[in-house]
Design a protein around this ligand. Structure first.
Ligand SMILES: *Cc1c(COP(=O)(O)O)cnc(C)c1O
Length: 417
């Protein structure tokens, strides 16, 4: 990657490799870095130091960031708890509610395409005696609200459903989910990592009680995030999962990551100011990429709803192409595949499988994650490259050949070997 040879083939204005995996992480915005820098150097105080100016300065920066985060999601600053990232926020929200409300009930509802930070937290709670319902999704990746209603019972204490999916970009109907929860007196947590700062997200309008946020998905630094916890209508209480010095009003102990928090705040402020325009730009780029791929290739399809979707996300399957060969062919473009490299084995993505995709089609899928710094020239390069590689691979594919000849692959009896 990034070799001189590869660079020679890049058209003007394009630097290889191209980063198009912004749902995995996003580059730091230099304006964010600039805001953070003094808090690594001259303003290094501990925000909990009450006796001197170094501490006050740090504390003030943290409180400014708290306001910036709150403003982005329509919350009050007092409702924001800083964490080490969304994995911790998801854990704190779900375990914190489960522990606090265990006398009221032991049932939690989530859905199968959640991030592992939610799914594995729920699995752990099952070991401790909680009951968890994992709702399926429809072929478009969205949950069925009827399923949700049916799943709720008198023991349900929490529903946790993500706002936007990190693989297929679909936007769940969180406002309706929140309304249903509140009608039943059930708390609603949403993993809003991919939504907050990218599409409109407001904890009051969207009926959300707890929401997880991460800085590094919105051009902030890694290792810092926040959890929103509603303080009124209803007042939500959570049990701390990390004990110690009583920081963050006892809900999350540990010396605050001041530079990181300043960065998260700045990233939220920029997102709030630029989200609308950026969303329009990314949607246009995304649709351009989609249009180019669909017009030049057959047997390609989009995974997940196109109507309810993040502006910068395109997840496509290239049927009759071997996934690994495809990724190798476009190795100067950083994207994610439909294979999750868990342990040594190449497992097809559980999100794509939940939509009903077979293993082979899931493996042949690519997530293009467009972000703030992607350009039209990059989109055009990536589209041309993918088209070229897919066409070449299909020339070598006996399956594709047979399909073109009109043979129905589902009717073939394959010889066992
Ligand atoms: C990235 C991500 C997380 C985890 O966030 P970290 O800050 O990296 O721990 C959780 N949920 C979703 C939807 C994500 O995309």
């Amino acid at each position: 990657m990034g070799s001189a040879a590869a660079q020679e083939q890049a058209p003007a204005g394009v630097t290889l490799p191209i980063y198009m995996d912004n749902q995995a992480t996003s580059p730091l915005d230099l304006r964010v870095l600039e805001a953070m820098t003094p808090y690594f150097t001259s303003k290094f105080g501990n925000a909990a130091s009450r006796n001197h100016a170094f501490g006050w300065e740090a504390e003030q920066a943290v409180e400014t960031a708290r306001e910036q985060v709150a403003r982005l999601i329509g919350a009050n600053a007092k409702e924001i708890i800083f964490t080490s990232g969304a994995t911790e926020s998801d854990n704190l929200a779900i375990k914190g509610v489960a522990e606090m409300y265990h006398e009221r009930g032991n049932h939690i509802i989530t859905q199968v395409t959640e991030h592992k930070a939610v799914l594995d937290t729920c699995k752990r709670l099952e070991k401790y005696g909680y009951r968890v319902t994992y709702l399926p999704v429809k072929a478009d990746g969205l949950i069925d609200l009827e399923d949700l209603m049916r799943a709720m019972d008198e023991k349900t204490i929490l529903v946790t459903i993500m706002a936007a999916n990190n693989e297929i970009g679909v936007l769940q109907p969180i406002r309706e989910i929140g309304r249903l929860c509140h009608e039943k007196g059930v708390l609603f947590h949403t993993d809003a990592v991919q939504a907050a700062g990218k599409v409109s997200f407001n904890v009051n309008e969207d009926n959300v009680d707890l929401a997880s946020i991460s800085a590094h998905k919105i051009y902030g630094p890694k290792g810092v995030g926040a959890l929103y916890v509603r303080r009124r209508n209803p007042r939500v209480q959570i049990s701390a999962q990390i004990d110690g010095g009583g920081h963050e009003r006892g809900m999350r102990s540990g010396t605050l990551n001041v530079p990181g928090i300043v960065g998260l705040g700045k990233a939220c402020e920029i997102a709030q100011e630029e989200m609308k325009e950026e969303g329009r730009r990314l949607e246009a780029l995304r649709d351009r990429l989609k249009q180019k791929l669909e017009s030049e290739l057959d047997y390609v399809h989009v995974n997940g709803s196109m109507e309810r979707r993040l502006p910068g996300n395109l997840n496509m399957s290239f049927v009759y192409v071997e996934g690994e060969s495809l990724l190798m062919g476009i190795n100067d473009v950083a994207v994610s595949s439909g294979s999750a490299c868990t342990s040594a084995t190449l497992e097809p993505s559980y999100v794509l499988k939940a939509l009903g995709l077979g293993d082979d089609v899931a493996h042949s899928s690519i997530r293009f994650g467009l972000g703030r710094f992607n350009t039209r020239a990059e989109v055009d390069y990536v589209a041309a490259k993918v088209v070229d590689v897919v066409k070449k691979l299909r020339e070598l594919s006996p399956l594709y050949e047979m399909v073109k000849e009109g043979i129905d692959l589902t009717k073939i009896e394959w010889q066992a070997h």
